[in-house]
Write a protein that binds this ligand. Structure first.
Ligand SMILES: O=P(O)(O)OC[C@H]1O[C@H](O)[C@H](O)[C@@H](O)[C@@H]1O
Length: 380
């Protein structure tokens, strides 16, 4: 991964201290970031489920965004068909898919309304089921015994949006036949001085941008297969930091598509945003067909789609520099488990450090309950 930090870096000794304190006094959820983490299942138990080829994963928010990010980012490597049911949509194509052989239903609380509704609409008697949920009595623990489903514990000390490297993201990864071990980059990264400096300076600079009134963080994403990664990131940032009238609004822009839609605003609109350029450089090599190129556009000969896209990214970075618009950039060299593991780790640490510096608790989401309570009142 190549990470280019903001141009005008603000260095903060407090953030560095916070980082060292975080390493010394690690939240227990950090166990999930390490290769030594003890899953609630054994590799032997899950082996029998690896033969299933057509999976449906049902969940909401942190219970599913991580596995959806993994699936889409690493799709070229994955031979299975996985259907994600992570919203309420009566018109979705998945209602017509009758070939599912294994369901994975994931919910920490076991009581999330959308997950219950989707499970009870979609699951068919002939399908096998695995349920990942907290051990306590809930709708899903009861459903598991009714369905005679396999049940694996969602450790109660791991919050949904921080759970991607626990059972929640790694069981789906195993079933996708990916290498779970390779996602676990925490131990390597905290020994890497470059990573630590980048992380600390990135957090310090983000804090000074927030202080100067820039509370919208726009991701200029040049890799369509990373869209779900940034959906995961959105929840992480929004639920962790959006409290006490503070927080950041993470917006994901599809690039270069949005050159033709939002870029004008980014360049000349309110001076209230900061940006993250993101691209993955390992892709199929699809080239322009030379014999079809018209003489006026000879420069296109031999070019690949990726070369054109990457040139647009570099060009946009140049324009941002000339306009003094703050940005950082990620260039991911390999599309593999390790790169994704590094990104998960970077963003998790970034979020916790921002939370500490802003003096908000990055692990709760108290107001989310309000909608659940009001919805129940309407339905009962
Ligand atoms: O895993 P579950 O208990 O089903 O929760 C799923 C999601 O719903 C909640 O409302 C929270 O805001 C999220 O943080 C959580 O990831």
């Amino acid at each position: 991964m190549i990470f280019k930090n903001f141009l005008n870096i603000k260095k903060s000794k407090t953030v560095k201290k916070d980082f060292l304190r975080l390493l010394k006094d690690q939240p227990i959820l950090f166990e999930t970031l390490k290769p030594t983490y003890k899953y609630s299942y054994s590799k032997k138990i899950i082996k029998k489920y690896k033969k299933f080829s057509n999976l449906r994963i049902i969940g909401m928010g942190g219970s599913v965004l991580g596995s959806e990010a993994i699936y889409n980012f690493l799709k070229p490597k994955i031979k299975k068909k996985i259907t994600f049911v992570s919203n309420l949509n009566s018109n979705a194509d998945y209602f017509d898919n009758k070939n599912i052989n294994l369901n994975l239903i994931i919910s920490k609380s076991g009581n999330t309304l959308e997950t219950i509704a989707n499970a009870n609409t979609l699951i068919d008697k002939k399908e096998k089921n695995i349920i990942v949920t907290d051990a306590k009595n809930s709708y899903l623990t009861n459903l598991a015994s009714k369905l005679k489903a396999e049940i694996f514990e969602h450790k109660n000390y791991v919050g949904g949006r921080y759970s991607v490297l626990s059972e929640v993201g790694m069981l789906p990864a195993e079933l996708m036949n990916l290498n779970e071990r390779k996602f676990k980059q925490f131990n390597n990264l905290i020994k890497n001085k470059n990573f630590i400096n980048n992380l600390v300076n990135n957090v310090s600079t983000t804090l000074s941008l927030i202080k100067s009134g820039k509370q919208t963080s726009i991701i200029l994403n040049y890799d369509e297969q990373s869209e779900n990664l940034f959906k995961w990131y959105q929840q992480l940032i929004a639920e962790s930091l959006g409290k006490k009238s503070l927080g950041l609004l993470p917006v994901v822009s599809s690039m270069p598509k949005d050159n033709h839609s939002l870029m004008q605003l980014y360049l000349d609109g309110p001076n209230k945003y900061f940006y993250t350029f993101f691209n993955v450089l390992e892709n199929r090599n699809i080239k322009i067909k030379n014999d079809g190129v018209l003489n006026t556009h000879k420069f296109l000969k031999n070019l690949s789609i990726e070369k054109i896209k990457q040139s647009q990214m570099i060009a946009t970075e140049k324009v941002f520099i000339s306009k003094k618009i703050p940005f950082r950039s990620f260039r991911i060299l390999k599309r593999n488990e390790q790169s994704l593991g590094e990104l998960f780790c970077f963003f998790i640490l970034e979020t916790i450090l921002l939370g500490r510096a802003l003096n908000v608790n990055p692990f709760d989401q108290p107001s989310v309950e309000l909608i659940k309570i009001e919805t129940k009142k309407i339905l009962i």
